[in-house]
Design a protein around this ligand. Structure first.
Ligand SMILES: [Zn+2]
Length: 53
């Protein structure tokens, strides 16, 4: 079982797939599924704000 790195909420695997980005239901932090077996999530990479400098 994985939990949100920000608020610690337990994240259920449900039907998420590897690489999927979804918001934490509690704090809204964007999370990325980094692995399915075992299920792990991590903070999703923020969109780069320096596109084209
Ligand atoms: Zn959270």
């Amino acid at each position: 079982m994985a939990d949100c790195p920000e608020c610690g909420r337990a994240i259920e695997k449900s039907n998420l797939i590897e690489g999927e980005i979804f918001p934490c239901p509690d704090c809204g932090l964007e999370l990325e599924v980094t692995a399915v077996e075992p299920f792990r999530v991590d903070t999703a990479p923020r969109e780069a704000e320096d596109w084209g400098e």
